[in-house]
Design a protein around this ligand. Sequence first.
Ligand code: NDP
Length: 289
Amino acid sequence: MESTYTLAGVMGWPVRHSRSPVIHGHWIREHGLKGDYVLLPVQPGQLPEALSGLRALGFAGCNLTIPHKVAALSLVDRVDPLAARIGAINTLVVKDGELLGYNTDAEGYVQSLREAQPSWRADSGPHAGPVAVLGAGGAARAVLAVLGEQGAPEIRICNRSLDKAQALAAEFGAHYPRTRWHAWPWEQRHAALDGCTQLVNTTSLGMTGQDALEIRLDALPRTALVCDVIYTPLETPLLAAARTRPGGQHVTVNGLGMLLYQARAAFQHWFGVLPEVTPALRRAVEATL
Ligand code: NDP
């Protein structure tokens, strides 16, 4: 029966370097499911036809990656409210002939924090406090949305282009008025860490082949979580500096958890099973990095 075979994939351009087939293929095998997760290379101008094709081809849905995450917003039948606030769709679900758009990156980020610190909460307890977010691109939007959603009391957005940080502070301030939103000039990123309970790098600085992120951690309390959404390399120079900081080390969180947990939430949409992020899965993905 064709209907018991579930098809999903990742649509992007370029898409051949995506780790998603490794992740979803692992879970399909682990759960003995009949289905497949395939690469869907789709050029930017072809997105409307490709999305219609998903329905015709009987796909349960797909992930969207660069450059389609924003363009898809206006091409789906319904957008989940969180995806609308983030301004991007990373997970599409075909249901009753309709295309539904979700964003699971935010969920991925918060789960990766909880993996490192199971008691983590943004709004109360030892981790409640100002959060410094470096960057104002697509990854930043998912991180900001979830921090706002979770009730972080204060967020300092620090970006090379200050106008983008200011625009995000205004936009997310309207969505999440409980949080105090501030834009900080890039030159003041060192001072922005003062009193923070979390620092997260969402820029591409520190990624393999890119310049390292230059930042002085002196003002950051040693109890702060230090996070990077980058997963190539697994330990960026920022995380290495935080982990080995003289006089007290930070708990660090790399970007692999965000990648794995966003996939977990997407997998459940299509395959109806909530899979686990296991050491075996991590090893399988790490072998590709
Ligand atoms: P964007 O292009 O949307 O944003 C890039 C950000 O980096 C901008 O804020 C940009 O600043 C900043 N930046 C780039 N170069 C410099 C520089 N030389 N100096 C200072 N700032 C700089 O990218 P994304 O947000 O989509 O991706 C960012 C990173 O996040 C990538 O490494 C990506 O792999 C990773 N990522 C990880 C995910 C995961 O699941 N772990 C999910 C999504 C992304 P400006 O605005 O001034 O240009």
